[in-house]
Ligand binder design. Structure first.
Ligand SMILES: [Zn+2]
Length: 304
């Protein structure tokens, strides 16, 4: 596998979210499909799980995170500030914890913090930099007991995993009654920035070459990240509700990493969309933020 080489791919025959086989191709060249039944947009064909692990375990994959440590500190403080009013007293599990920077900041506010991560290189950085011992692998395959956590966070994880339904189900199992699940994902189907990329691509502007002319989203392997799912707010809400959660807060995620003047520009753009969402409930920002509370049981029985 290499960024410039060929990734091993798999094709989905049915929707991962609702099992419908009514799949339409939105952009065949860029491998984007949409489920006609539930509206879920996803990559198919898409890279296999082994390719994902190899991609995120490249030794230098997280170097730019470490280089931008101060800007990323500011990012994690913004997210923590949004999260803390809703937290359950007790412990915290961060799934897909990366280099552990969020856990490092969150530690004082929880009785204990835990992290899982598929990337060996990220786990090593977390250990060396923050003294955090994280578990390697997918949380679905780990032997955490049921109801082991009071809070679970999924910061930009759901869009990377092969089966988001299974991950939400696992979070439900791992949470105690009334436990809190915090989710942030890109909003790339509806974001204004995707519309700009789409227009740029159609106009033949070179900088927009890697984006789909139909969705304005980049294809797996062409960018720094591999996203398998492209959520919209209704699809994400449906995923959480069917997984046995009640969404108690919906907003936008202040995901930007910037310093100086650019931080001010990004901050202003974020605040504009936060206000837009507050008054019109319309999310055209780059990201979606949801906080959900565990209900007694999932709503869909065997599939979840
Ligand atoms: Zn579906």
């Amino acid at each position: 596998m290499s960024l410039n080489g060929t990734l091993r791919m798999e094709t989905l025959e049915s929707c991962v979210l609702c099992q419908s086989e009514q799949i339409e191709e939105v952009d065949a060249e860029w491998h984007f499909c949409r489920c006609s039944a539930c509206g879920y947009v996803f990559d198919s064909p898409r890279p296999t799980y082994d390719e994902l692990v190899a991609f995120y375990s490249q030794p230098a994959k997280y170097d730019h995170w470490v280089r931008r440590e101060r800007s990323r500190d500011a990012l994690w403080k913004r997210r923590l500030k949004k999260l803390l009013p809703h937290r359950q007293p007790g412990n915290l599990l961060d799934v897909g914890a990366g280099i552990g920077q969020f856990l490092h900041h969150a530690q004082p506010f929880f009785s204990s913090v835990h992290g899982t991560e598929v990337s060996e290189s990220a786990i090593q950085i977390a250990r060396e930099k923050y003294g955090l011992v994280m578990d390697r692998g997918q949380v679905e395959e780990m032997n955490f007991p049921d109801a082991a956590f009071d809070n679970v966070t999924l910061f930009h994880v759901l869009e990377h995993v092969p089966n988001p339904v299974q991950l939400v189900r696992t979070c439900h199992r791992l949470l105690r009654a009334n436990g809190i699940l915090v989710v942030a994902v890109p909003n790339d189907v509806l974001a204004w920035t995707s519309k700009i990329k789409k227009i740029g691509k159609r106009m033949g502007i070179k900088q927009f070459g890697k984006f789909s002319p139909i969705l304005g989203i980049s294809r797996a392997g062409l960018s720094r990240e591999i996203h398998l799912s492209h959520f919209t707010p209704p699809v994400l809400r449906q995923l959480l509700t069917q997984g046995g959660f009640c969404v108690i807060e919906e907003s936008i995620d202040p995901y930007y990493v910037a310093r100086g003047l650019m931080a001010a520009v990004h901050g202003a753009y974020y605040l504009f969309h936060k206000t837009l969402f507050h008054f019109l409930r319309a999310n055209r920002y780059d990201t979606i933020w949801m906080i959900a509370r565990k209900q007694k049981q999932s709503n869909t029985g065997a599939n979840l």
